[in-house]
Design a protein around this ligand. Structure first.
Ligand code: F6P
Length: 345
């Protein structure tokens, strides 16, 4: 068992609904263990700048329904900042932080893993609306984001129908099509394009024309921001990258709407859900999952299970190596997507 007096907690990468539930759980459980808690601001940037505040149970009162993160976040990568990793370790010592709970996706967790190898003990909690992390069934925040996308598409049905229009709905998720597939399936999109299975736009256009011909004079097309096509070239990625080398995606919805209108002659509009999907209050599911993961992370600190991540496996929360979670993206299997195709009608 590790000899702990104070732990730190940070949230890194894109924010996501449920982060505050994790923070609250970590604070409660750590204080019950007799430890102090330092809330590190702005992800890894806060460790580089020694920017942290003490957190008590009082500080986390009432934060469960809040979206975002009370600790703020950034996409700072200490390994891309000159002497950044060494600074993190030095500051941890200065601030008396014996161990850190890093809440984030593959990038934040990858850093936690490397720092643990360098001697700064870290434990991970998986977070991302994209649901693309390995070694865990789901990440918290995902269900809320899917619900937001599904609700949006429900609304698009009625307006599209009133105007005899096609509406293309662009969904976040980077190179994983989980949100688009699930939201599209839930809101009965008439076609779904994702990155994992190259989509055929001509088939989609044929279906849309058939719908109009038979009297169903509207269409909803769900498209992942990173979708790929077999018969349509789209430049949805900008040249701009973040500190972890990820390209900024976006624009496929607009290009697709234009192309559908060109190929079908049907009036087509696009809607980009973007950051709407990350904002607002988490669903109860994500609050509970975040709470269970935060609780487990503190148990892992106590047990000295470093470079490990709290993970949802079936009904259980287990400790798994971070390495396992970040080694490859968890993408939508073809068989899963195939179910949604049955309803392209
Ligand atoms: O990884 C979460 C995510 O919301 C992706 O779905 C999206 O591509 C990206 O973050 C957007 O990043 P930013 O908030 O930096 O624009």
């Amino acid at each position: 068992m590790a000899n702990i007096k104070k732990i730190g907690i940070l949230t890194g990468g894109g924010d996501c609904p449920g982060l505050n539930a994790v923070i609250r759980a970590v604070v409660f459980k750590a204080i019950d263990n007799g430890w102090e808690v330092a809330g590190v601001k702005y992800g890894w940037k806060g460790m580089i700048n020694a920017d942290a505040v003490p957190l008590t149970k009082k500080d986390v009162e009432g934060i469960l329904p809040l979206g975002g993160t009370i600790l703020k976040t950034s996409r700072t990568n200490p390994f891309k900042v000159e002497g950044g990793a060494e600074k993190v370790i030095e500051n941890a010592k200065k601030m008396g932080i014996d161990c850190l709970v890093a809440v984030g996706g593959e990038d934040t967790l990858g850093v936690a893993n490397k720092l643990t190898k360098m001697g700064f003990a870290c434990v991970g909690v998986p977070k991302t609306i994209d649901n693309d992390l390995g070694a865990t069934d789901y990440t918290f925040g995902y269900q809320t984001a899917v619900q937001i996308a599904s609700d949006a598409m429900d609304r698009l049905h009625t307006t599209a129908k009133s105007h005899d229009r096609v509406i293309v709905c662009e969904v976040m998720g980077r190179h994983a099509g989980w949100m688009t597939t699930d939201a599209g399936m839930s809101a009965s999109a008439h076609w779904i394009f994702i990155p994992e299975v190259k989509g055929n736009l001509d088939e989609c256009c044929k279906l849309l024309k058939e719908r109009y011909a038979r009297g169903d004079r509207y269409g909803i097309v769900a498209v992942s921001e990173g979708a790929l096509f077999s018969d349509f070239d789209v430049e949805a990625a900008s040249k701009e990258t973040d500190a972890f080398g990820h390209v900024k995606l976006g624009g496929v919805g607009k290009a697709l709407a234009k192309e559908i209108e060109k190929r079908t002659g049907l009036e087509t509009r696009e809607v980009v859900l973007g950051h709407t999907q990350r904002g607002g209050s988490p669903l109860a599911y994500d609050r509970v999952l975040g709470t269970r993961l935060g609780y487990k992370a503190v148990e892992m600190v106590k047990a000295g299970q470093f470079a490990m991540m709290a993970s949802l496996r079936g009904e259980k929360i287990e400790a798994v190596p971070i390495e396992e979670a970040v080694k490859e993206l968890k993408t939508v299997p073809e068989g899963y997507y195939k179910v949604s195709r049955t309803f392209f009608n």
